[in-house]
Structure formats: structure tokens, C-alpha cells
Design a protein around this ligand. Structure first.
Ligand SMILES: Cc1cc2nc3c(=O)[nH]c(=O)nc-3n(C[C@H](O)[C@H](O)[C@H](O)COP(=O)(O)OP(=O)(O)OC[C@H]3O[C@@H](n4cnc5c(N)ncnc54)[C@H](O)[C@@H]3O)c2cc1C
Length: 414
């Protein structure tokens, strides 16, 4: 049986849901097709199950976070800003709180409450939700589109919003169907690369440190004659390499650089608040006042317990040596390592394990003021299916909600 709608939205993630809500608010007959048995599967995983909805930063910061693609998202961020998104949740009964670095979370600390608000808004605005419906193809007709699902159902609509997500965490439903469909329509697809992804390193000693988190450190990546220096923050050792906020935020750049550079040096500054000279005089003082104790015990004041043996092993110094027996050369080795514990980055985990996908439908062929395809009138894009990803902090979900809102509104008003 054929059904007709003004607008069909493909994908019930953050982007598709907001597109459907906005189009329905503008009194259009809207169907939202989702392949899973419920909407928002990925939202449930965000912010470690707490959902970092957005960030309280100025829009300029949002633009910066998307790098080269920032300019493209400008109209969307103005059409539906972080403040608008916060108002949306608050006016629908979900209180929010702002945590460090401007990260916005629901006060419930539960992503389920975010999905509940979205589900309620979909039904309150009269969106027809069709779950368990995987779209396999979209065919252009005469001023309309024919949407074909895996169950061979046909849906006719005047406009389509494609919001099928990227390629990461495939179990949530984002397996790249939208990229394939956009490609069939002649859209250029920027090759996918993992963003917000843990990095793989060569060093065998990492296994001993699995799960250890280091706070208040700085990392520097060195490749060729260039380097990338992080802010001060947190890193976590894994059995295969490194993860944690500092690493994830720079991982998109590193994954691209790895295509040209086989190995990239990563140096962990364990004492970023101290210059080498200050560190040396502190150490000298410690060595002089506690000359009779073993180095491994003195280091309890300097490094987390689990790191001490590994660190002294890398330094090539016997941990049972008395501190007053440490030579000035050994002291220099210690200082160099404290200011730059070296690792060799050889790769990233796979895109499936990345939190976001870099690449996607090229922004060159999408009108940033409407999110409409420049090639296929009536076809709109929203969310992670579009090329461009940001670092962590709520920016990616805001992109999905903002582009979704703009696509839904433009499709309804066209
Ligand atoms: C573990 C993790 C944690 C994250 N944490 C945060 C965070 O705290 N803050 C933040 O800002 N960002 C976070 N992100 C990123 C953020 O989740 C995404 O950027 C955002 O959810 C993308 O939304 P979307 O609607 O574009 O895509 P998706 O959420 O991927 O939604 C796409 C939807 O389309 C459906 N679909 C796909 N193909 C079809 C088809 N053929 N037919 C029908 N339906 C289809 C999928 O089932 C899915 O429901 C996190 C990501 C991950 C993986």
C-alpha cells in the first residue's frame, strides 16, 4: 500500500528527530522512518550514558570546533542555537546543568530522559513514527520522491530529509546507508575517517598501565618538523595505546596525519606547570633532603604508584637505588622523561569504534542556508551524514540538532 506525506525524514537520531519535530510544528504531514525498534539509540550512549547535549560556549567557539567546516554550519547554529536547544528541553520539562568546560547535561544525568523528551515532542507534534523500517532506496519522481523500505513498502513524499548518521558505532544503526543513497544521487562523499577515536601505540609497557588515568598533563604530537600541542587535561592508558579527552579531541587530526606519516611521536608532559629548571631544583631539593630513601619511594610524591616502576624502567635506573646515589646525568634523564614521556603512535582504532565520523556528504553540494542538496531539489541533509566533526564537549549533538531543525524548517517552508 502506498502512503503519501509532505515530508519523509530518514533516521531517528538527534538530527532526524529534530527535523521531523520542526517540520510538523510548521503543520506538515511528516513521517519519521527509523530502522531500529526505537529512536535515539546513539543518544543513549552519549556522554557515558549522561548525554552531553550541547555546550554553553558562544557560537564562534562552535564554528571553531568544526575547523574548516565551521563556516558551513554557521546558518544552522544561528537558526537553532545552543540556547534554543536548551530552551527546547527546559520548556519540555527537562532541567539542565552546566558542568566544566561549559558541557551541558540533563540534571537527571540520564540520556534516557533526553530521548524521552524527544519522543514526547514527536508525538505531541503529530509526527508519524515508523520504526523497524530500514530505507533501502529513494527514487526521484515528478516533483516527489518514492521511498522504498526493506519490506518493499513504498512511501511517496514531496521532500526528504536524509539523517542516517555516519559510520561509527554501527550497532546503533548508522551503517552508512545515507552515504550510499546520497552517492547514488550524484553527491560527492568525502572519505570517512575516524574522529574522537583512541590511538594505538607500539610500546609494550602500555599493557602494565591499562586503565590508569593521568590528570593535569599535557600531550604533544610530533611528526616531521611539526607538532601539535594540547591543552592541560586528562589521558588514559589502554592495553593497546591511549585514550581520554586530550587524546580523543586531537585524534581526528592525528588519524588524517597517519596517512602521510608512518609513526607519530606522542610526548606526555607529566609536570606541565613546571619548567625543566624549576623541576630540576625541586628534584634536587628532594634528593638532598631525602637522600637515604629508595628512588621508588621518593617517586610516590611525584607520580601515580602504577606508573613508577614503568617510568624508572624506561629511565634505565634501578628503583632500589638510594636517591643520594643518583648522578646528574640520571637526574637529567628523569627530568626529560617527566617533561616528555615518549610513545609511538602507529594508528587509530577502527571507525566503528570512533565516537564520530569525519567525512560524509560533501558540504560543497549542500546549501548551508537551508541544508538542501544543490543537485537534487527537495532532498535535504542533517547531522553526522554531512562532512564535518568536532571535538568532544556537546558540539556534535548540537550540530545534529541545529542542522536537523534547519533542514526540517526549510523543507516545510519550501
Ligand atoms: C559513544 C558515543 C558517545 C558520544 N557522546 C557525545 C556527547 O556526549 N555529546 C555530543 O555532542 N556528541 C556525542 N557523540 C556524537 C553524537 O552522538 C553524534 O554526533 C550524533 O548522535 C549524530 O546524530 P545523527 O542524528 O546525525 O546520527 P545518528 O545518531 O547516528 O542517527 C542516525 C539514525 O538513522 C538511522 N538509520 C540509519 N540508516 C537508516 C536507514 N537506512 N533507514 C532508516 N533509518 C536509518 C539509525 O538507526 C539512527 O537511529 C557520541 C557518540 C558516541 C558513539
Amino acid at each position: 500500500m502506498e502512503k503519501s506525506y509532505d515530508i519523509a525524514v530518514i533516521g531517528g537520531g538527534a538530527a532526524g528527530s529534530m527535523a521531523a519535530i520542526r517540520a510538523a510544528q510548521l503543520r506538515k504531514k511528516v513521517i519519521l522512518l527509523e530502522r531500529n525498534n526505537s529512536i535515539g539509540k546513539k543518544i543513549l550512549m552519549t556522554g557515558k550514558g549522561r548525554c552531553n547535549i550541547t555546550n554553553s560556549a558562544d557560537i564562534d567557539v562552535f564554528l571553531e570546533k568544526f575547523g574548516k567546516q565551521g563556516k558551513f554550519f554557521r546558518s544552522a547554529f544561528f537558526a537553532f542555537s545552543n540556547q534554543d536547544l536548551m530552551n527546547f528541553f527546559q520548556s519540555n520539562g527537562l532541567e539542565l546543568k552546566i558542568e566544566r568546560q561549559g558541557r551541558v547535561f540533563p540534571v537527571t544525568d540520564k540520556a534516557t530522559s533526553v530521548v524521552r523528551v524527544i519522543s514526547e515532542a514527536l508525538s505531541a507534534n503529530g509526527v508519524e513514527l515508523a520504526d523497524n523500517k530500514r530505507v533501502s532506496d529513494i527514487k526521484p519522481g515528478n516533483g516527489s520522491f518514492e521511498i522504498i523500505t526493506e519490506g518493499r513498502e513504498k512511501i511517496i513524499c514531496k521532500k526528504v530529509v536524509l539523517a542516517t548518521g555516519g559510520l561509527s558505532y554501527k550497532a546503533t544503526g548508522s551503517t552508512g546507508d545515507g552515504l550510499r543513497i546520497a552517492g547514488k544521487f550524484g553527491h560527492k562523499i568525502t572519505p570517512a575517517s575516524p574522529g574522537l577515536v583512541p590511538l594505538v601505540a607500539k610500546e609494550a609497557w602500555l599493557k602494565e598501565l591499562q586503565g590508569l588515568a593521568l590528570e593535569n598533563i599535557r600531550i604533544t604530537f610530533k611528526y616531521g618538523k611539526s607538532k601539535i600541542v594540547s591543552e592541560i587535561g586528562e589521558l588514559m592508558f589502554t592495553h593497546f595505546g591511549v585514550s581520554g579527552p586530550l587524546v580523543l579531541d586531537l585524534s581526528g587530526k592525528i588519524s588524517i596525519l597517519l596517512a602521510e606519516h608512518k609513526d607519530i611521536g606522542l610526548f606526555i608532559d607529566l609536570k606541565p606547570g613546571l619548567e625543566p629548571e624549576q623541576l630540576e631544583s625541586k628534584l634536587l631539593h628532594k634528593f638532598q633532603t631525602k637522600g637515604n630513601i629508595h628512588l621508588k619511594n621518593l617517586f610516590k610524591d611525584i607520580l601515580p604508584q602504577r606508573l613508577i616502576a614503568v617510568f624508572l624502567n624506561i629511565a634505565g635506573i634501578d628503583p632500589d637505588r638510594k636517591t643520594n646515589q643518583i648522578t646528574s646525568d640520571q637526574r637529567r634523564v628523569i627530568i626529560n622523561l617527566l617533561k616528555g614521556l615518549p610513545l609511538t603512535i602507529t594508528g587509530t582504532l577502527l571507525i566503528e569504534e570512533a565516537m564520530v565520523t569525519g567525512g560524509g556528504v560533501s558540504t560543497e553540494e549542500i546549501d548551508p542556508r537551508t541544508m538542501e542538496s544543490r543537485l537534487v531539489p527537495g532532498l535535504y541533509f542533517a547531522g553526522e551524514v554531512i562532512d564535518g566533526a568536532a571535538s568532544s564537549g556537546g558540539y556534535n549533538l548540537q550540530q545534529a540538532f541545529s542542522t536537523g531543525y534547519l533542514a526540517g524548517e526549510s523543507a516545510a517552508n519550501a
